[in-house]
Design a protein. Sequence first.
Length: 63
Amino acid sequence: MKTAKILDQPHDTFALEYDDTRGTKNMMRLDALTYEKAIQEAKSYLGINDDNQDPDGNLWEVE
């Protein structure tokens, strides 16, 4: 199972931290104003479907 974390940032913004296929941690800023929107944006960016799987079939947990 892969994990993506939504992080609180200064000025009421959010960031996404996740591991790529090589195990390297990546971080990106999200344009969402709420935690719920940040989760939606993260899932969209990573290609995670309603079953929490990406196109390669990997299971994700977004926290």
